[in-house]
Design a protein around this ligand. Structure first.
Ligand SMILES: [Zn+2]
Length: 222
């Protein structure tokens, strides 16, 4: 059976309405890695799909998505074959999860705060874009503010610049890096050496900014 392995999966589990075609089962798999035995809870989703996929999301949930005819034995065999991949990504996800700031906010409080940040982003980010645009050139049509946890900015071929409001939680210099990065995509729609040269001309410290986002991006939550 063809197999896909997906770490940092963002897909939610199917909603209740889809239950008629999907069977959900909780189970435990045991994996030995570096002489340590790990007992990992995981979810098995049986549906009408034809291929298998193992996904591990940001909260370290392990999900096996398999065809309805797949037997438990086949699934366990799959887990065994891919144990190295599973444990590596599981431990990475746990580490990221534990380094996230702990929040005591209620959902209502979080939503209220997020709305304030979004509002602030809608006025602050376009000003930073205008500031750097004078140097980078290129032309854009509009700026949208989104709610994304791992994608900080994007630039569409139609000239839409998008930014995650969560950048408002990062140091201002990091936000500026993302702005410069996306603005440079207006001229270079790729990550070619020419693109990075354009970024560097405006933002010489781009490598550290990029590294910061990789290491601390998961902390940009309320
Ligand atoms: Zn890019």
């Amino acid at each position: 059976m063809p197999l896909a392995l997906i770490a940092r999966d963002a897909r939610p589990l199917p909603a209740e309405a889809e239950y008629d075609t999907i069977v959900i089962m909780q189970t435990i798999i045991t994996i030995t890695h570096d002489q340590t035995e790990y007992t990992l809870p995981c979810t098995i989703l049986r549906s009408r799909r034809k291929t298998c996929a193992i996904t591990i999301d940001e909260d370290a949930n392990i999900v096996f998505r398999v065809p309805s005819r797949a037997t438990n034995r086949q699934i366990m065999q799959l887990a065994k074959e891919k144990s190295r991949w599973i444990i590596t990504h599981y431990l990475e996800a746990c580490a990221r999860k534990n380094s996230r700031p702990h929040s005591d906010l209620s959902d209502v409080q979080r939503t209220a705060l997020e709305n304030r940040y979004k509002e602030a982003a809608r006025s602050y980010i376009p000003r930073r874009v205008a500031y750097y645009h004078a140097v980078t050139g290129g032309s854009y049509k509009r700026i949208t503010i989104r709610d994304q946890k791992t994608r900080w900015g994007s630039c569409s071929s139609k000239g839409t610049l998008s930014f995650s409001w969560r950048l408002m939680l990062a140091p201002p210099a990091i936000l500026d890096y993302v702005v410069v990065h996306e603005l440079c995509h207006l001229t270079h729609m790729n990550h070619s050496p020419a693109f990075w040269q354009a970024v560097e001309a405006v933002y010489p410290d781009w490598q550290n900014a990029r590294k910061w986002l990789k290491e601390h991006g998961c902390e940009l939550v309320l």
